[in-house]
Design a protein around this ligand. Sequence first.
Ligand SMILES: C[S@@+](CC[C@H](N)C(=O)[O-])C[C@H]1O[C@@H](n2cnc3c(N)ncnc32)[C@H](O)[C@@H]1O
Length: 237
Amino acid sequence: MTWMNLLRCSFRRRDALVAGDGTSLPDGAVGAVTGVGAVNGAVNGAVGGLGDFLRFFRSWVTNPLRVAAIAPSGDPLARLMTQEIAPFDGPIIELGPGTGVFTRALLARGVAESDLTLIEYGGEFLPGLQRRFPEARIVQMDAAELSGAGLFEGCPVGAVISGLPLLSMSPAKVEGILAGAFSHMREGGAVYQFTYGPRCPVPRPILDRLGLEASHIGGTVRNLPPAAVYRISRRAD
Ligand SMILES: C[S@@+](CC[C@H](N)C(=O)[O-])C[C@H]1O[C@@H](n2cnc3c(N)ncnc32)[C@H](O)[C@@H]1O
């Protein structure tokens, strides 16, 4: 990456709640969001208040396939998901940030908030994300449209952290999401994906078609449900 690109890639608008086509979302979209739930704290070890848990739970009731968990991810899982991230890996994409548990862990790893692009489909999570991460670029869009989004021209990303429920998506959609993620990825970058299932949530034929490989890099029972984390990267050949 050139110095000019580095400077461009480091720049982010302060007030950056944008729609997938790059237009600003109205201020009215922004409301109050409380911290991560006390119930969640007890269940998943995350920091915060009951509000997040209730909001998350309501989202799950309304949209079980999209949200695919009854409580936000816990801090132990967030640490596993971000364990290989270094401060200078930015720009970084987070897919399906929800309440921002992994986002907070990325900041704890030393990544600059302005180096984060958060791609979230669920409008109910946007106000909380913008309030908590005002320096991040927050985009409301389907992660499957990432490849055509024109968000990272000249600024390849160092990593993609994904909280997406891949197991409740069609294989075609999973392939589209991964193809899009790697279309923006610089050499050596990886997608980090968690799953509640017994194996990598990306089927082998999809990995093969895209020239990718998956490695299990950890798991935790201190999450409801227990979760495993995979690193998905380009094959060396
Ligand atoms: C299992 S939740 C993970 C949330 C986050 N890790 C947390 O603990 O708050 C899945 C998240 O992915 C989002 N999501 C699901 N499908 C999506 C898609 N196609 N594009 C973008 N976001 C999506 C949901 O709205 C939800 O925020």
